[in-house]
Design a protein around this ligand. Structure first.
Ligand SMILES: [Fe+2]
Length: 227
């Protein structure tokens, strides 16, 4: 290109991913509580590994369970997750006074585990708290690039330049999270990880949330979420 021609590649319709970091002493307290629950939770709260995910155990993953409601010692964590979710909504420029964490569960991921790509239904904002996580050996959470090659219509496909990874030519994005961090995103985003985890006991907490009052502000359409 003629060097006198100026260029700028701007972004339209960007997708937000919130990253929040707990203070170390707070994270260590929550970590102790959550790892204790992983170890000692009564059998009715446990969902052992399945044929589809043979190396992952979960706690409170049934629809009638909610880690934050079923274990009173997590009340402060519940308040923090609610305030983080509200802050994310406000930073995106939307109005909401209260959120309901309608699902919350623990994932205990062992050596060899993958997380099939999925998204969370019946939820507005989802999140992942990295409770026991070593970024040197634990597999990173991956989000699909929903702007990449997603059209069902005939499309023009070009070969990717392997020396120029951009937000526009990557089918997915691996997130460099660290322990104590909480990621939040809009629940329709597909995520997972394909690289098998390299060690036992990668522990994360997942949650789904809804604005308590869902209204578009016109006074015509709304509902209230109990919880
Ligand atoms: Fe998920």
């Amino acid at each position: 290109m003629d060097r006198s021609i100026k260029s700028n590649i701007g972004q339209i319709n960007p997708e937000p991913l919130g990253a929040y970091v707990l203070p170390p002493e707070k994270h260590q307290l929550y970590k102790r509580l959550l790892l204790s629950i992983c170890k000692n939770a009564p059998i009715e709260f446990r969902q052992p590994s399945t044929d589809g995910e043979p190396f992952t155990d979960r706690v409170c993953h049934n629809s009638n369970q909610n880690l934050l409601n079923d274990f009173d010692e997590l009340n402060d964590l519940k308040k923090d997750l609610q305030s983080i979710t509200l802050n994310f909504i406000h930073q995106l420029g939307y109005l909401s006074d209260q959120v309901v964490i309608n699902d919350c569960w623990l994932n205990v991921t062992n050596k060899g585990a993958i997380l099939p790509t999925h998204f969370h239904a019946n939820s507005y904002i989802s999140g992942n708290y990295f409770v026991n996580y070593d970024p040197q050996v634990d597999t990173r959470l991956q989000f699909l690039n929903d702007r990449y090659d997603r059209s069902a219509a005939p499309v023009i496909q070009l070969k990717r330049d392997p020396n120029n990874n951009t937000a526009y030519n990557m089918p997915s994005l691996n997130i460099n999270a660290m322990e104590g961090q909480i990621l939040v995103w809009r629940s329709q985003l597909a995520h997972g990880f394909k690289k098998p985890n390299e060690r036992n006991n990668r522990v994360t907490l997942s949650f789904n949330s809804m604005p308590k009052i869902c209204t578009n502000g016109t006074g015509n359409y709304s509902f209230v979420v109990e919880g």
